[in-house]
Design a protein around this ligand. Structure first.
Ligand SMILES: Cc1cc2nc3c(=O)[nH]c(=O)nc-3n(C[C@H](O)[C@H](O)[C@H](O)COP(=O)(O)OP(=O)(O)OC[C@H]3O[C@@H](n4cnc5c(N)ncnc54)[C@H](O)[C@@H]3O)c2cc1C
Ligand SMILES: *[C@@H]1O[C@H](CO)[C@@H](O)[C@H](O)[C@H]1NC(C)=O
Ligand SMILES: *[C@@H]1O[C@H](CO)[C@@H](O)[C@H](O)[C@H]1NC(C)=O
Ligand SMILES: *[C@@H]1O[C@H](CO)[C@@H](O)[C@H](O)[C@H]1NC(C)=O
Length: 494
């Protein structure tokens, strides 16, 4: 028998076999057709050519997530739709993902290959109650949408430092420029509407399902249920003195010392700083064109006094500080370079006691890696986030959160790696492994929590929380059959 007829025969056999997709629909396909009839075709995109499907698939900050192909995308408009969807997905036994702003960089945290993508992007309602100063919003809003909405009331909500990030940020804690005053974004939660893995719609608050409320205050999204509405304490937003100060790398040590002094000595909770060391892959010709330090300074008020004096006294290329509204603060003109070009972007985290030098070692190791691996990436950065005592105090005063943050001051360090999209897998795996090993070999504090929002999945960030065993119990209680545990991505509770 010729080779061609052999393969024809094999193809025919596959066609006739009962496991073939043509004869028995896959779990994902059956969930999608059930959902098309129960939710209505308007709320389901099954065609890979539909504009909605394409935009849901394309819109991830880590372009790698766009390579995964959901079988269909559903667009809930209310908690009831999410409930119907979870029941159908569970019954079909298919994989799924929950997507808000699509900024998490980890594989399958908000993307799915061959499964149902629940895109919350159409749930964009929001409101403000002047008598209670409480704000409510649905999960499809980006922070920029919310900051713009609350601005005319002279208010804002606790959320991302860049306006394009999605609401899922607060479920992973949420670090805001206002955090030294009011704690993490999740500390301002007052009541959440949650669809449990069972499909039941419940309220999580201080008084209703308080354990679930604790888990959702920084213990991660897509673990205990789907949040369909947030009620939060809003915060005043007037004029801010804010900007970017840009330095050449010859000032690396001076800037890191100023970050240390700010972390240790600044006692004004209205002052907030983020330092980003950024490197492009272009060769280092000793012209310093491949490296730059961009400092973000934000002061809640018109006069920062001497809060940033240790930074402004270092010679700089440009200082854009000026008076801004809060929406303008989160849209600063010197964007992170990684925002400009579409790439495979990943995050890793470190955490440091300010009394040790491990953050300096981290910066040194990262710089050495960036220099030794020129050509392997398009962009990489190392970022320092001070965690002030006033932040951890504000968190405690509101009942604490899933991190039960030890008293500040201490420092989170964040690493970003951008590689060109569509790299061969073997090249991608190699550069990722090398970057991972560099971070893993860098000393860090073992008694402080990693930052969930910007940790890599293999860093097992939840296990660094002192509340981990409590979170495992909450997970078992609200996801008793392991539906979310086995069918969607996210942090491991094992
Ligand atoms: C450019 C950039 C800037 C950033 N700046 C900050 C910052 O200033 N502060 C900070 O804290 N973090 C920041 N981050 C990190 C960010 O918080 C995380 O990437 C976060 O996961 C993004 O949330 P999202 O809704 O955009 O993403 P998604 O990937 O859509 O969601 C994140 C995770 O939460 C789950 N999830 C989302 N919504 C729900 C819901 N309603 N119910 C249940 N699960 C849900 C998703 O399934 C997913 O696992 C930044 C990230 C980027 C890329
Ligand atoms: C600046 O740094 C010095 C130590 O070098 C410190 O004593 C001082 O308090 C810092 N100033 C501010 C405003 O943080
Ligand atoms: C409940 O919420 C308030 C903030 O509104 C907070 O102060 C308090 O500590 C929380 N916890 C309990 C158990 O009441
Ligand atoms: C490359 O990796 C992606 C994501 O892990 C996977 O979907 C794809 O099948 C891989 N391609 C090859 C050729 O191995």
């Amino acid at each position: 028998m010729s080779f061609i007829s052999l393969s024809l025969l094999a193809g025919l056999f596959a066609y006739l076999s009962p496991t073939n997709a043509l004869t028995a629909p896959s779990p994902a396909t059956s969930a999608c057709s059930v959902l098309t009839s129960s939710l209505g075709a308007k709320k389901v995109a099954s065609s890979r050519l539909s504009l909605e499907y394409i935009s849901s698939k394309q819109d991830y900050w880590n372009a790698r997530q766009s390579s995964y192909k959901p079988t269909c995308v559903i667009y809930p408009e209310a908690a009831e739709d999410v409930s119907v969807a979870l029941k159908a997905i569970n019954a079909a036994g298919t994989r799924f993902a929950i997507k808000a702003g699509g900024h998490n960089t980890n594989d399958f945290f908000s993307s799915v290959d061959d499964g149902v993508l629940i895109d919350l992007g159409y749930m964009t309602a929001k409101s403000y109650d002047e008598s209670t100063t409480l704000a409510t919003y649905e999960p499809g809003n980006r922070w920029g949408d919310l900051y713009n909405f609350y601005q005319p009331y002279g208010r804002t909500v606790m959320g991302g430092r860049l306006n394009g990030v999605g609401s899922g940020l607060a479920l992973g804690g949420g670090l805001s420029y206002l955090s030294p005053q009011y704690g993490m974004a999740c500390d301002s939660f007052r009541e959440l509407e949650v669809v449990l893995p069972s499909g039941e719609i419940v309220t999580a608050s201080n008084t209703s399902n308080p354990d679930l409320f604790l888990g959702l205050r920084g213990g991660g999204g897509n673990a205990y249920g789907v949040v369909t509405k947030y009620t939060v304490q809003s915060r005043p937003a007037g004029k801010f003195f804010a900007g970017n100060i840009v330095y050449l790398f010859q000032h690396t040590d001076a800037v890191v010392d100023a970050v240390r002094d700010f972390t240790l000595y600044n006692l004004d909770p209205k002052a907030s700083v983020m330092a980003t060391y950024e490197t492009l892959t272009t060769p280092d010709l000793n012209l310093n064109l491949d490296e730059v330090i961009i400092l973000f300074v934000v002061y809640d008020g018109e006069d920062p006094g001497t809060a940033f004096a240790n930074f402004t006294s270092i010679p700089n290329l440009v200082d854009t500080s000026s008076l801004r509204t809060y929406p303008q603060v989160t849209d600063m003109p010197v964007p992170l370079l990684a925002q400009l070009t579409r790439a495979d972007n990943i995050f890793r985290m470190g955490v440091h006691h300010i009394e040790t030098d491990t953050y300096k070692t981290a910066l040194k190791n990262w710089r050495a890696w960036a220099s030794a691996n020129k050509g392997q990436y398009t962009y990489t950065s190392f970022n320092l986030y001070p965690v002030a005592k006033s932040l951890t105090d504000a968190s405690k005063a509101q009942g604490g959160n899933a991190l039960q943050m030890p008293d500040g001051p201490w420092l989170w360090s964040n690493y970003v790696l951008s590689t060109p999209p569509d790299l061969l897998n073997v090249t991608y795996e190699k550069v990722q492994a090398s970057f991972r090993d560099m971070v893993a070999a860098t000393p860090m504090a073992t008694d402080l929590p990693l930052f969930l929002n910007e940790a890599a999945k293999d860093q097992n960030a939840l296990a660094t929380f002192s509340t981990y065993s409590e979170l495992q119990k909450i997970k078992r209680k609200y996801d008793p059959d392991g539906f979310f545990e086995t069918k969607t991505g996210g942090w491991s509770f094992a």
